[in-house]
Design a protein around this ligand. Sequence first.
Ligand SMILES: [Zn+2]
Length: 107
Amino acid sequence: MSFLLTCPNCGVREVTDFGYGGEVSLRPASRPTFRELNTYNYFRTNVAGVQREWWFHRSGCRAWFIAERDTRTNDVHFTALPGEDGAAEGDPQTPDASKAGGAGVVT
Ligand SMILES: [Zn+2]
């Protein structure tokens, strides 16, 4: 299945231009327990629904960015450069200026 992603720097491109970097997750504290470290390294939420993910524009500007995508439909709600979306702080609010147009399912 192919769909479109909007790179915050380059604009709308086919998803084949990008590399998937996995779910956005919070890093453990500076001295994590083995369980916390294990969880961070090996466990994923793998939701059937909306999640925030890392993407890499490997055929373009080579920037890492964050996308919020519905894993069931591949509807992309927004993309943003790190630090512009509030994901690192766990803040669900997204500044309007960092939002790029969502791209729906194409094929
Ligand atoms: Zn780009």
